[in-house]
Design a protein around this ligand. Structure first.
Ligand code: ADP
Ligand code: MG
Length: 260
């Protein structure tokens, strides 16, 4: 874990609402005969920010990939913004347009400029006119503080800048929910803070967020709830203060002793 300091969040504009954004109940997933997610129950409210922690291989990525159907679950229910994820491709498309995802390795298109990365999906998926897509993209590039990089290619940017482009690209689709899968794990320490600060600003805008991360400073500052996973199960969940200071399970305690 890096010791990147994150500033305190301004919570004046953020509130967790009663409205359910994501409802997962009795969900199980197998990879062949390997039971990777076990009886997952998780309700996320609109405006809520959740950090998922847990050892490597515990199923964190698979869980959040199930939320936008990058992975298919085999039993139980996943409902996102009132839309149940089934094999119905219409539902999957609808959910994907509501849910943005940012990955550890940025996944930018290397042969497209920063601006083109940001306008591709709005133009081709949303059918937004190019001029309008570019205006929106520039607004989000300003928000992540790299408008001057718009004409460059991803390979010309630092890792932290690339990850901020990836965040801006997601935001260009105007998602209601953002999923982050270890967004700072591939970054050099000096770049972690700039990405975390971008995520904090999103939090301050009231975005519903699920972040898989080992940045516990970020979790303490930003999360309403920390979820600990081990061996495909949600072992424990609590507000950050109690999660870190008073973990209930032995497995959580052991994990925290290794990363803190
Ligand atoms: P985490 O993100 O917590 O490190 P993952 O969700 O990536 O864990 O993986 C959970 C388990 O599922 C691991 O044992 C991993 O090897 C396995 N796994 C992940 N993806 C696949 C896949 N496509 N096929 C088979 N096994 C997989
Ligand atoms: Mg993972």
């Amino acid at each position: 874990m890096s010791k990147a300091m994150t500033r305190d969040i301004d919570t004046s504009r953020t509130a967790v609402t009663d409205e359910v954004a994501i409802e997962i109940s009795g969900m199980n997933k197998w990879f062949g005969s390997f039971h990777v997610l076990r009886d997952i129950d998780l309700t996320v409210h609109r405006g809520e920010r959740i950090v998922i922690a847990g050892p490597s291989g515990s199923g964190k990525s698979t869980l959040i990939r199930c939320i936008n159907r990058l992975e298919e679950h085999q039993s139980g229910r996943i409902v996102v913004d009132g839309i149940e994820l089934t094999n119905d491709i219409k539902n999957i498309d609808k959910v994907r347009s509501e849910v943005g995802m940012v990955f550890q390795h940025f996944n930018l298109f290397p042969h497209l400029t920063v601006l083109e990365n940001c306008t591709l999906a709005p133009i081709w998926v949303r059918k937004t006119p190019r001029r309008q897509a570019e205006t929106t993209a520039m607004e989000y590039l300003e928000k992540v503080r790299i408008p001057e990089q718009a004409g460059k290619y991803p390979g010309q940017l630092s890792g932290g800048q690339q990850q901020r482009v990836a965040i801006a690209r997601s935001l260009c689709m105007q998602p209601r929910i953002m999923l982050f899968d270890e967004p700072t794990s591939a970054l050099d320490p000096e770049m972690i803070k700039e990405v975390l600060d971008t995520m904090i600003e999103l939090a301050e805008d009231g975005m519903t967020m699920i972040c898989v991360t080992h940045e516990m400073g970020f979790a303490q500052a930003v999360a309403h709830r920390v979820i600990f996973m081990d061996q495909g199960q949600i072992v424990e969940q609590n507000n950050p203060h109690d999660f870190f200071h008073n973990p209930r399970s032995e497995r959580t305690r052991l994990f925290l002793s290794q990363i803190l």
